[in-house]
Design a protein around this ligand. Structure first.
Ligand SMILES: Nc1ncnc2c1ncn2[C@@H]1O[C@H](COP(=O)(O)OP(=O)(O)O)[C@@H](O)[C@H]1O
Ligand SMILES: CC(=O)OP(=O)(O)O
Ligand SMILES: [Mg+2]
Length: 395
């Protein structure tokens, strides 16, 4: 058996999967949550059973060690049956990395250099890589970049209209993120529809804790809502999405906020949390049902932003064939999906409320049969996509 170990180092989490690369069966999976927090812990799932351990996990190096302990204790044994390759999610690949890349010392230096552009994500990614290389020194390690799928975005879309010299010197441009998910989901949507990917103009909403929307023309990303960093675009769990940059100048001048305060504000104290006190869409819905006005307002802001991008991306693509929802909110919240599309009748979108209410882990259509645009829910699987790309990179 050829097994791939996939490591997905997030800003405060560490997810992993061991996947049989022939059958694509998941042999084990796990989640290390709240890294750096007091109540961190690990959940390791094998053969349908969840094993939970509470322990303090200070960083991604410790997260990797906790994963190794979980494999030893609950199986399958990585000692007896080591993986043939490790695939690593790396968030920022800048302008250097457009493809899955076998990790060398030089590649690591470049990833470290790009930490400047993704300070919440790349350092943890590197820790995961170093720990995994130490544990498995004799097998290839492959980096799969969140930014890679967006390399096809044209200059007109990735260029910010600021002084060109300043932008070039500091690598300021749109890069875009969640590319592995957008790629997987747009391919799976074409498969579901039994239509060639090359024929489809798609708008894919990845609505998780972090959220982004991408316009995909014939399988290629042509525009996406995140930018140089994962802050802009949609309203997220704790990140602001789009704000007037003048607001930041104002806060620095008049509210005595420094760079770290602004960083903390936009990344950790904004979005749905900043507006309502809740980060999770389930908690937000409960609060709305209980009559909480702030929660209702946060929901309205969240939905308004999504509608704005739907219209903009329909115009960028010159028409839309498919709209896809994915990730935690996109896959699970029929209320969000219905609200985003409530005014999209002018595009020819017609949602079937019964289909929208179905709960399932499979790809499904939620539009009516006579809708001009197919609206789908397609579960994302970043780990499987990383496993496929890692295997392809070493074949
Ligand atoms: N049943 C549900 N209804 C509404 N929202 C949900 C549901 N399940 C999960 N979510 C949302 O999905 C989010 C997590 O999405 P996920 O894609 O796992 O995020 P990430 O990978 O960015 O951590 C949660 O914060 C929550 O808001
Ligand atoms: C890049 C990014 O925002 O990732 P996540 O949603 O995992 O935080
Ligand atoms: Mg995610």
């Amino acid at each position: 058996m050829r097994a791939v170990l996939v490591i997905n180092s997030g800003s405060s989490s560490f997810k992993y999967q061991l996947i049989d690369s022939d059958s694509e069966q998941v042999l084990a999976s796990g989640l290390v949550e709240r890294i750096g927090d007091e109540n961190s812990g690990i959940t390791h799932t094998v053969e349908g059973t969840k094993h939970r351990r509470e322990l303090e996990i200070a960083d991604h190096t410790a997260g990797f060690a906790a994963m190794m302990d979980a494999f030893s204790e609950f199986g399958p044994s990585l000692q007896d049956d080591p993986p043939t390759v490790v695939g690593h999610r790396v968030v920022h690949g800048g302008q250097r990395f457009f493809e899955p890349t076998i990790i060398t010392d030089l590649v690591k230096i470049n990833i470290e250099d790009l930490s400047e552009l993704a300070p919440l994500h790349n350092p943890g990614g590197l820790q995961g890589i170093n720990a995994a290389q130490q544990q498995f020194p004799d097998i290839p390690h492959v980096a799969v970049f969140d930014t890679a799928f967006h390399q096809t975005i044209p200059a007109a879309a990735y260029t910010y209209a600021i002084d060109r010299a300043v932008a070039e010197r500091h690598r300021v441009r749109k890069y875009g993120f969640h590319g592995t998910s957008h790629q997987f989901v747009s391919g799976a949507a074409a498969t579901f529809l039994e239509r060639p990917l090359a024929d489809l103009r798609q708008i894919v909403f990845h609505l998780g804790n972090g959220a982004s929307v991408t316009a995909i023309d014939g399988g290629k990303s042509v525009e996406t809502s995140m930018g140089m960093t994962p802050i802009p675009g949609l309203v997220m769990g704790t990140r602001s999405g789009d704000v007037d940059p003048g607001v930041l100048l104002h806060l620095m001048r008049h509210a005595r906020m420094d760079v770290d305060d602004i960083d903390n504000l936009l990344n950790k104290r904004s979005g749905v949390l900043g507006l309502s006190g809740h980060t999770d869409m389930r908690d937000l819905s409960d609060a709305i049902d209980a009559g909480d006005d702030k929660a209702r307002e946060a929901f309205d802001v969240y939905i308004h932003r999504l509608r704005l991008y739907l219209g903009a991306y329909a115009s960028v693509l010159g028409g839309v064939d498919v709209i896809v929802f994915t990730a935690g909110v996109g896959e699970n919240s029929d209320v969000v999906r219905a609200a985003v599309l409530e005014k999209a009748g002018f595009l020819g979108v017609r949602i079937d409320p019964e289909r929208n209410a179905v709960r399932s882990h499979d790809a499904r259509r939620i539009s009516t049969d006579d809708s001009a645009i197919d609206v789908l829910v397609v579960p994302t699987n970043e780990e499987l996509e990383i496993a496929r790309q890692a295997v392809a990179a070493i074949s």
